[in-house]
Design a protein around this ligand. Structure first.
Ligand code: PRX
Length: 652
């Protein structure tokens, strides 16, 4: 049994949260499970500025999801930017909505709610002048500048559907997304800046759009002033058209179930899927979870240092905080620039009270020593959040003791692009915490652990994590491919949403996420499919076959291990040369974050007689457990296993 930490008095003091204790949590959780309609109609009408308040709660079920997507609040009408901006103007017009910290320490600026509202209305006007209409798709390919949030909200103001593509993705990955959602406009910037280095966003965008007729306009925000390529008639500078645009003061009215955004994410098979979130349910969930989990207060300075290119940036930098009228910091740089004290310098200067980051950053910073932390005044901190991967107890303790000085609580929040918002988590003022445990489900989340036979496990145990009931923030479909949504999430355990994660539940009902049980990798919190790597690798000269698996990595959580079979006539025989070629191809076709750590040349892959690669064997070898391969007698050629084991690579 792991140690338990009670909520420190500083975290409880002054809290006005309706959930102050485990008893409160249990009552709220049972109410939401047993009467979801009443719970969420009440929450949504009190949280969102509806044009027409909904009278319907939940429609549909996981049993007939193939025929009809889940719907929440379907007769309601709203524009989500009114909830995030307009309705704050009377009471919070001068409150800082977005403090922005640029790449260089201390550089940046800030926007009040009034200023943010004006900017969004003007940017929406500029997009409207470019012809953007309700329902149309707009790709946003930007770095961490306030204009990225403005661009998202400007799309929403018009009822257009945004799809933010992380600025680290390559031209090919960007093109795939532009095509998949049939986008007509792209918003980008001349360059991004991170850690003192420029990121050629416009150049990558130009490469992606070469020959793409569907994109009629590219709106370019100037960040660095670098020389960039220009396509006359297509490209427009932000500063030329946004400041003078006719502001869209009347937001376009949307139905609750109209799509708000598409976000591409990796799965076990095939190309990344465009996960679709809709207006009413998503924003309700973003607002509820952000306020309740972090115990948000009016004077909090909240900093989530994720990137808007991922779901964490959508829900917990932009939509949740702005809906709640919070001050939500945007950070352009990295935790290590100019040194490992950057986050804590940021916290000290901005007096941040809620800080939200990923285990991979915590591990990297802990490895640099405590001095980088203790030299700053971090007394403003109250709640420390983590998300994206399992956090090892040592990193957790360092976060609590060194960063939080024992005065803050840690919320280890488990969720996914598909869940829209935090699903299993401590609630800051209420939940005693244990290092490495995401603890308890939020109201609306009903976790079920399935055993190998697909039977729910009762009481303590370990199995595959499913969710049994719909919640307002869940993804509704995969863009253009509802059957793929159904088969990905609802076919493994019919009637249940399958998360792809393994999970252990202890005797107190606390949840311990053990990581993905499918073929999805989580490298430094970046989610990537092994199939995506393999598709790239088999296109590299000299490589005939490839199989990619993850292995435990001290800093990144997981590393990427590639088994490669050479073409018979291959002229590369040195693994190092092939490794470099493989990484160059991954960078070009996926992005800079897709790097293979270890390459092993093998004479063949371990396949069953029907030709299926036995990935279990490859995983065990990569994990350094060649003595636990289990039964290999069903392999077509068991002899390959010995040579795979003999040639295994490791980082040490
Ligand atoms: O494996 C889980 C892991 O991240 C996956 C979801 O990745 P993505 O959709 O990119 O969203 C990341 C940010 C919400 C999950 O299936 N994961 C996320 N949070 C945690 C986690 N694993 C363990 N503990 C967490 N707190």
């Amino acid at each position: 049994m792991s140690e338990t930490y009670d909520v420190p008095p500083r975290v409880r003091a002054g809290s006005r949260s309706p959930i102050q204790s485990l008893a409160d949590w249990r009552a709220a959780w049972l109410a939401a499970r047993d009467d979801p309609d009443a719970t969420w109609l009440r929450e949504t009408t009190s949280r969102l500025a509806w044009q027409k308040a909904p009278s319907r709660g939940l429609e549909g079920s996981f049993h007939d999801i193939a025929e009809a997507p889940i719907r929440w609040f379907s007769d309601g009408e709203l524009n989500i930017t009114e909830s995030c901006l307009d309705r704050h103007l009377a009471t919070r017009g001068d409150k800082i909505a977005i403090p922005w910290e640029g790449d260089e320490p201390g550089a940046g600026g800030q926007l009040s709610y009034r200023e943010l509202h004006q900017e969004v209305c003007r940017a929406a006007g500029a997009l409207r002048a470019m012809g953007v209409q309700k329902g149309e798709r707009v790709i946003i390919y930007m770095g961490m500048v306030p204009e990225a949030a403005i661009a998202m909200l400007a799309c929403a103001r018009l009822g257009a559907v945004h799809s933010v593509v992380f600025g680290g993705f390559s031209a090919e990955a960007l093109r795939d997304r532009v095509r998949d959602c049939d986008a007509s406009v792209v918003i980008t910037q001349d360059q991004g800046v991170r850690g003192g280095r420029p990121i050629p966003l416009k150049a990558t965008c130009d490469e992606a759009l070469e020959g793409e007729r569907g994109v009629t306009a590219v709106l370019v925000f100037q960040r660095t002033g670098a020389d960039v390529g220009w396509v006359d008639g297509r490209d427009v500078w932000w500063h030329d058209c946004v400041p003078t645009a006719e502001p869209v003061t009347e937001a376009v009215v949307c139905a609750a179930e109209d799509p708000l955004f598409i976000l591409y994410t990796s799965g076990s098979t095939g190309r990344p899927k465009g996960v679709v979130h809709t207006c009413g349910g998503y924003l309700t969930w973003a607002s509820y979870t952000h306020e309740v989990v972090f115990d948000l207060r009016e004077d909090d300075v909240y900093a989530c240092v994720a990137d808007v290119g991922w779901i964490t940036g959508h829900t917990y930098i932009v939509y949740g905080p702005l809906c709640n009228g919070a001050t939500t910091l945007m950070f352009e740089s990295t935790p290590l620039y100019p040194d490992a004290g950057r986050y804590w310098d940021l916290v000290a200067r901005h007096r941040v009270s809620i800080f939200y980051t990923a285990p991979t950053a915590i591990r990297a910073l802990a490895a640099q020593g405590d001095d980088f932390v203790t030299r700053y005044d971090l007394s403003s901190l109250r709640v420390l959040g983590t998300v994206g991967e399992p956090i090892n107890p040592d990193a957790w303790r360092w976060y609590r003791e060194v960063v939080g000085a024992g005065r803050c609580t840690i919320v280890d929040t488990w969720w996914q692009t598909e869940t829209g918002g935090i699903a299993i988590t401590p609630i800051a003022p209420a939940t005693p915490v244990r290092p490495g445990s995401a603890t308890l489900p939020n109201p609306a989340i009903v976790p079920v652990l399935m055993d190998d036979q697909g039977r729910p496990i009762v009481g303590p145990g370990e199995g595959r994590l499913c969710l049994a009931q719909p919640w307002p923030g869940m993804a509704r479909t995969v863009w253009g491919d509802h059957p793929r949504y159904v088969s990905t999430y609802f076919s493994t355990f019919p009637g249940f949403y399958f998360t792809g994660d393994g999970c252990r539940r202890d005797g107190d009902g606390y949840h311990w996420i053990t990581g993905r049980v499918d073929d999805v990798l989580n490298v430094s919190g970046h989610r990537m499919g092994t199939a995506e790597f393999e598709a790239v690798l088999v296109g590299v000269d000299s490589i005939a076959e490839a199989a990619v698996v993850g292995f435990p990595h001290a800093l990144k959580g997981q590393g990427v291990y590639a088994y490669l079979v050479l073409q018979p006539d291959a002229d590369i025989t040195e693994p190092e040369a092939l490794h470099a070629a493989a990484n160059a191809a991954c960078r070009q076709q996926i992005g800079a974050h897709a790097r293979i750590d270890l390459v092993q040349l093998v004479p063949g892959l371990p396949k069953t007689r029907s030709g299926k690669v036995m990935r279990r064997i490859l995983r065990k070898v990569a994990e350094g457990q060649p003595d636990q391969l289990g039964d290999v007698s069903t392999l077509a050629d068991p002899s390959v296993v010995a040579s795979i084991v003999a040639g295994a690579r490791s980082l040490s």
